[in-house]
Ligand binder design. Sequence first.
Ligand SMILES: Cc1cc2nc3c(=O)[nH]c(=O)nc-3n(C[C@H](O)[C@H](O)[C@H](O)COP(=O)(O)O)c2cc1C
Length: 386
Amino acid sequence: MIKIASIFDLERAAQARLPEVLFDYVHGGSEQQITLQRNLDDLRALALRQRTLRNVGRRDMSVTMVGEQARIPLAVGPTGLAGMTWPNGEAESARAAASFGVPYCLSTMSICSIEDVAKASEKPFWFQLYLMKERKINESLIDRAQRAGCTALVLTLDLHVQGKRWADEKHGLGVPPEMSVRNVWDMASHPRWLLSMIKSQRHTFGNLQGEVKQAKNVQALTEWVENQFDPSFDADSVRWVRARWKGKLILKGIMHPDDARQAIDLGADAIIVSNHGGRQLDGAPSSISVLPGIAEAVGGQIEVLFDGGIRTGSDIIKALGRGASGCLSGRACLYGLAANGCEGVHTALSLFEQELADCMALTGLSSVHDIAPGVVTAQPSLVMQG
Ligand SMILES: Cc1cc2nc3c(=O)[nH]c(=O)nc-3n(C[C@H](O)[C@H](O)[C@H](O)COP(=O)(O)O)c2cc1C
């Protein structure tokens, strides 16, 4: 058993438990994974200003994120197929987020349905929407999220086509994965995962199962989903969603100041600066590199949230120091789920909290609400004069 001291240990534990086809899906990015790596490298390259002569006995880490109380400035972000890594995975993650005290966002492409998660979690959650070509299904998903009491709709903007993830293509990732000799062997050699999955209530896209009448079996549903991402998605699509959804609207996948300004005009309550964790446009800059320009363009008119590469508490400080008011975690919480279900997600959140508290103490911060300019900087140059 791997002893867990950091998110990186949860990553190793997830790798040990999951078949390769699933671990590569969770861990990987699109094409050459340039953007995925940039997200990690650029966060790490930032420097934190160390201050020592300050009383940091009390540190305030709580915030509100789009109207929700959050014990730390971090929400569990939407990740498709989480329920293939742990039985009833999305319901387990939502329970962990609720008991810890941070928002949870359910993906359209989840295994548990909106209703399953509403039943499992004692707190309301956010629902992430991919607009499908079939409008009737979009209407139904929005209405179901509304009926389930979801407090915010997270509309993902960056999936006109799906980024090519080479490992997924080679493995034959699907729901369920292709039954090739390699995958069958891969799954059979991970008995802890395989046996646990018997407890799963569902084995396909829970939100779409009952919606797509023409998909007679699980394979047909997977094929239907692959053809549903809509390249004609534009500002009018957002207007349509804004008119139908009555609650808070968060636009996810903003990487340019002009798109951020347009998001305000379209009636968004918040944006998420995100390149989908390096899983869509490979070659896009890191999300942390574009964050300050976008925060400046928004000028405090709506909330600016951030994701991409968050693996430690200090990464959260770096994002807040560059203009975000809160962060989302994709992979880190998913590693926790894949390693140890509800408890694993709780462990991930607790690690973030402890590391955040430590980082605040060592940078002389008493509150996440006033991270002054200069706390997060570029690493000073080593060039010497003369
Ligand atoms: C396995 C996986 C599945 C994802 N599925 C979705 C999804 O269904 N909808 C969505 O908007 N974003 C999805 N994302 C992107 C995340 O919400 C988030 O933007 C990204 O993971 C942040 O980067 P991080 O993993 O470095 O934290 C997914 C990410 C991963 C790793």
